[in-house]
Design a binder for this molecule. Structure first.
Ligand code: AMP
Length: 300
């Protein structure tokens, strides 16, 4: 696996490897099996795979959150190499933002609800850095997790609106043996917080059961998820809401593909999760994700 620190080095490395569609996996780093799942799919579908590791200051509304974000590039590099990544792009903040960026990408209404309402400027930061990465790396396909369903919608819409010739490929959420969605932030949970955090996914799986039993009301599904979080000591729920998967608009009855999103504070750590509901005609299929049969090896 090659390493690169600038867009020019990345494109040069890709040219030398040559051949086949270019797959791209953008990440903040501190890899776990969720990131590996994205890289695995890219490896299956593409001739060359580039992954990036960049803790993007533009998308952090709280400086303390940016400082506390876990980092371990050498361990990430070992995981990426095992997953078959060809080029690992690890730019410095100065390489990404040599001057204060005056041009920002704003994604309008998609960025206003759910995470956007709780993290001002977050999605503008995400859309701006992903636009830069697409322009600088020029991938054919980009792999993003459904774990961050609103981010996936924002990036998909930005790609369409700005005519980037990139196909966005969504990947199901990878979960711990008990259902907790893998997240780099889980590394910061205390043992008590880790035990309590499972309430987010427990509520989502109960909602999945209700969907399979015929429930179509968003309010009823949100109430199931909210109840599970409210009953868990140490979990401070922020929201449980259903949104349309494409435009993040509120939903009354599920008719089109949607997701039930939850967010909660668990001790010092803010966690999000969601249940994607795939609608095909009259059929609604909840995506429960891919469950590990053991604890994540990455952060134990
Ligand atoms: P992050 O480094 O957390 O920004 O995540 C980088 C990419 O990995 C994003 O597209 C995320 O949606 C995706 N991702 C994060 N956690 C998971 C997970 N548990 N399962 C699948 N994809 C994930």
């Amino acid at each position: 696996m090659k390493r690169s620190a600038t867009f020019a080095e990345t494109r040069q490395a890709v040219r030398e490897l040559g051949g086949g569609p270019l797959g791209f996996v953008p990440t903040l780093g501190y890899w776990h099996e969720g990131h590996v799942a994205l890289a695995d799919r890219a490896r299956d579908e593409c001739g060359v795979v580039v992954a990036s590791i960049f803790v993007n200051p533009l998308q952090f509304d709280q400086p303390s959150d940016l400082d506390a974000y876990p980092r371990d590039v050498e361990r990430d590099a070992a995981l990426a190499a095992t997953a078959g990544v060809d080029v690992l792009f690890v730019p410095s903040p100065a390489a990404m933002y040599p001057t204060d960026p005056q041009t920002r990408v704003s994604v309008g209404r998609l960025a206003e609800r759910l995470e956007g309402a709780h993290r001002p400027g977050h999605f503008e930061g995400v859309a701006t850095v992903v636009a830069k990465l697409f322009a600088g790396i020029q991938p054919d396909r980009a792999y993003l997790g459904r774990k961050d369903a609103q981010q996936l919608a924002v990036v998909t819409r930005m790609t369409h609106d700005l005519s980037f010739p990139v196909t966005i490929c969504p990947i199901s959420t990878v979960r711990e043996f008990d259902g907790l969605a893998l997240s780099s932030r889980n590394a910061r949970l205390t043992p008590g917080g880790r035990a309590a955090a499972v309430a987010l996914s427990t509520g989502l799986m109960r909602a999945a059961d209700a969907v399979e039993a015929g429930e179509r009301s968003s309010a009823a599904l949100a109430a199931i998820a909210a109840r599970a979080m409210a009953g868990a000591p140490g979990v401070e729920p922020e929201y449980a809401e259903v949104a349309n998967a494409d435009d993040i608009e509120p939903v009354d009855e599920i008719h089109r593909s949607s997701f039930l999103a939850v967010a909660a504070q668990v001790g010092e750590v803010r966690l999000i999760d969601n249940l994607y509901l795939d609608v095909d005609g009259d059929r609604i299929t909840p995506d429960r994700g891919t469950w590990l049969n053991r604890s994540s090896t990455v952060y134990g």
